[in-house]
Design a protein. Sequence first.
Length: 187
Amino acid sequence: MLVQFENIRQLQSWLASRQIDASGWGSTVGTKSLGNLWDEYVYGEISFQDDPPLRIVQVVQVIIRRGNRILLEVEQEFNNQQRRSRKQPPSEKLKASETYIEAAQRCLEEELGLGSSEMAFIGPGGYRQIQVVVESPSYPGLPTRYTFHTVEAIVKGLPDHDFWLDNRSFATGDPIRRHHWAWMSDE
């Protein structure tokens, strides 16, 4: 059953009642704060299940190839200068009413600064979906069910070397200040 919250205090109380300790979130390297979790909820990027307690997230991952290499986000730099290793393709949480293609387009616009004319998605053969339940790296102790929608894209306008890009959504409360991208072997 999905659970709803009216304010951050209700969310904090629900976490505590399920023995999920949020006290170190945001102060430990690579973690986000309770306020960040609340923002994800308010923006419609996540939901919560009550029994067992789960954070539910739909994520789109975009695979961009250059020969035998794919583009990966090597690390993120937070607004407090902390960094965390990622080694993930461009990724974005789906919003409540968004399709995975709409989220993939938003991802490439926000994460890589690409316009719609610089991207094309590969048809049905370029799509996969998997679901995993793990402890969230951003919110230690919080079990999270991720549904990953992986799509392949052809893009124009990216450098052939490693590069840093500022986070375009940073001003709207996102704790990530910038992203480090690298072309890595797809093996």
